[in-house]
Design a protein around this ligand. Structure first.
Ligand code: ADP
Ligand code: ASP
Ligand code: MG
Length: 405
């Protein structure tokens, strides 16, 4: 007998019929003798609907109240799933994040889990009950409701699996595993049987939204075997686990992309020590995260400096940069909101030169201009014009033969 934590995403619980299907699946597992803890998301579209309602009444709602609102989405689903299980003759108890006591810090809308009290859950499991926990939420030290950021139910599931020392954490979603790239963009994308934590972490942080980044961080830190599977079809899905040194690693495991960034450039800044921090300091002071950075070689005692931020932060970053430009006597500030980042990821890259070159050639063959590049041991990212994103992803998928195992 084993203990399994299963998470069902928004589409998987998107209607009364689908909730019944989930209940049947859970009962099947229970009948096979496993202990089951189920984490659910809000019904599909619900979190967006709630955000939209809030924005109609207040364009910058306070984080605390937004969390009170957003947490209701998952609260609906735990109640509905538990009732369905009970109707089908299976004992079940629902818990909101604060009822479990998933303690988080107080960073509303992007809180981090600090501690989980597993007492009630363990007692229920011992009595043979299925435990149904609301994903994406917790509470801080003062009992304020918090949420964990978009996609946060994945993290709730993995954190519970770690706290309960579960045998596996299963993420049920609308695709049957992790693919070489988003199958909605490249129909030839191939499902991976397994991928390492390290690669999945890169894929997630570079834009593959199939798992929230923090869930992968948690799984890696506590060595929780994590599996992505379909709620709708049978199959083994994709296992995400520690690197197996005996297994030969693929050169490239996947291509991730992200359209959420924007690029800003300050031109003709005096080229002297401290300039980078004078430019990025005020941006950081506004809590705006910077991703890629490029500083050109100086000429005529001036230089150009380019960086990217999340698209939501573009306008604020532009205003700050204009003020910095006036202060430093820079020539000009410009920006571009229509950029996209494409990244190739693979632990096998470590031991191979020439991947960057193949990547640049494949993009050049499609006449796609690269405006920024950044590399690490296991990934290469480029920034391109947003309109070439899909073409670029398809070209790279083909160039690296990712459709073939
Ligand atoms: P859920 O609501 O179940 O949490 P998400 O929409 O958050 O589901 O994540 C699943 C989606 O992630 C898929 O429908 C797919 O379009 C997208 N996706 C992006 N990159 C990948 C990838 N490399 N492999 C699989 N799915 C991906
Ligand atoms: N309901 C939340 C969201 O849509 C959390 C989740 O689904 O993981 O982001
Ligand atoms: Mg998700």
């Amino acid at each position: 007998m084993s203990l399994i934590v299963q998470k069902y995403g928004g589409t998987s619980v998107g209607s009364v019929e689908r909730i019944k299907e989930v209940a049947k699946k859970v009962i099947d597992f229970r009948n096979q003798g496993h202990d089951v803890v189920v984490v659910v998301s809000a019904m599909s579209g619900e979190t967006n609907r709630l955000i939209d309602l809030a924005k109609q009444l207040n364009d910058r709602p306070r984080g605390r109240e937004l969390d009170v609102l957003l947490s209701t989405g998952e609260q609906v689903t735990i109640a509905l799933l538990s009732m369905t299980l009970q109707q089908m003759g299976m004992a079940a108890t629902s818990y909101t994040g604060s009822q479990v006591r998933i303690l988080t810090d107080n960073a509303h809308n992007k809180a981090r889990i600090v501690e989980i009290d597993d007492k009630n859950i363990r007692a229920d499991l011992k009595q043979g009950k299925v435990v149904v926990v609301a994903g994406f939420q917790g509470c801080d030290d003062n009992g304020n409701i918090t949420t964990l950021g978009r996609g946060g139910s994945d993290t709730t599931a993995v954190a519970l699996a770690a706290a309960l020392n579960a045998d596996e954490c299963q993420i049920y979603t609308d695709v049957d595993g992790v693919y070489t790239t988003d199958p909605r963009v490249v129909p030839e994308a191939r499902r991976l049987d397994h991928i390492t934590f390290e690669e999945m972490l890169e894929m997630a942080s570079l834009g593959a939204k199939v798992l929230q980044i923090r869930s992968v961080e948690f799984a890696s830190k506590y060595n929780v075997p994590l599996r992505v599977l379909s709620s709708f079809t049978e199959g083994g899905g994709t296992l995400i686990a520690a690197e197996d040194p005996l297994m030969e690693q693929a050169l490239i495991s996947g291509i991730a992309f992200n359209r959420d960034e924007a690029k800003l450039t300050i031109l003709g800044v005096p080229d002297h020590p401290g300039v980078a921090s004078q430019i990025l300091g005020p941006i950081a002071a506004e809590n705006i995260e910077v991703d890629m950075i490029i500083q050109n070689t100086g000429h005529d005692a001036t230089t150009d400096f380019t960086f990217t931020v999340h698209r939501n932060d573009y306008q604020s970053a532009l205003t700050i940069l204009q003020q910095t430009a006036d202060k430093l006597g820079a020539r000009e500030v410009n920006g571009d909101e229509h950029i996209a980042k494409i990244s190739v990821v693979g632990v096998g890259m470590r031991s191979h030169a020439g991947i960057a070159n193949s990547m640049f050639t494949a993009l050049a063959d499609e006449n796609i201009n690269i405006s920024m590049i950044s590399t690490s041991e296991i990934k290469i990212s480029v920034v391109v014009d947003e309109k070439y994103l899909e073409l670029g992803v398809r070209a790279l998928h083909k160039a690296f033969n990712l459709e073939q195992a």
